[in-house]
Design a protein around this ligand. Sequence first.
Ligand code: FMN
Length: 319
Amino acid sequence: MPASPDPVPASPERQRRAWTGRAGFYVRNGWLLWAAFRLWLLGLGGLPEAPRHALREHPHATRLMGLDIANPIGLAAGIDRSGRLLRGASRAGYGFSEVGSVTPQSLAASVRRLGRRRPPGRIMPRGVNIRPAAGASAERMIDDYLHCLRRLLPVADYLVLNLSSPFARRGWAADPVWLESLLTRAVEARDQYHRDGGGRVPLAIKVALAPRVSRRQQQALLSCRRAGLDGVLLVAVPGQAEAAVCHCLRQVKDLIGEMTLISVGGIVCPTQLTGRLAAGAAAVQLFSAVLGQGPGLPGRWLEQLHPDPRPGPHREEAA
Ligand SMILES: Cc1cc2nc3c(=O)[nH]c(=O)nc-3n(C[C@H](O)[C@H](O)[C@H](O)COP(=O)(O)O)c2cc1C
């Protein structure tokens, strides 16, 4: 009997479609899975966190806005709203985690829970994502961002101004004067904290871009660079083809230069992780996939990730 041929590996596009189908099922049943995933992280949090040497020894260890991370897979904002799940996320193998979004209303509880910032590099970095209160006017939004930022500087490893939220300014790039005012005041508050001896906290924005980067958005991204921001979290629009997302990432990376690019949105398989990193992202963040694929996702995905698939200039230099 002739030997059966070796199984043909699925093409990246078939892999992605298979995962998307699964993720779609889980997203439709989202709240239950969200609750289950949170419970699981909460349970894992009882175990000790990875010490510093484990971060450095990891084959996928890299740096994100100057912070050591064990690998480029992060948990997106919206899963851990107050910092309760950080230890569990670290234990589950995520490279970093973003708490929030924190609003002026939830600020006091988040600051209490996060406590003081731990020494850099000792544990999984924790970002905190900030958004304004629902229904705030444009000027009030800036006050909300700044108020949260000042209170969170002592407890966050990095901070994100969330401009992709439905409660943030619509068309974040449409009003350059407003954006410039937000960015310069936020960077000034961050730098003042640094001058006062509080340490330098990297600052980023989270924005959603349409398949093409419009001229206004190009200008807005350049003003982020001029203002002294450290990173951009780029959210892919639902339904956007993977090739278009990667094209967009390359365009944005060219615009923002040495600033750190983080890709979020629609990442459901390791092939996409590799693709987004190769397109210039220093790391990715996951939301839907972690609900769908549950425990063990970082380990399984990292097995398929060749150490450092990114071209040199796109990867922050390992310390
Ligand atoms: C139920 C839900 C709540 C979310 N809450 C937040 C949030 O509070 N702050 C934020 O920046 N993003 C939030 N997001 C957006 C996610 O962080 C992420 O950008 C988005 O889900 C795309 O990633 P995904 O395709 O992996 O799901 C939320 C998303 C969902 C589905």
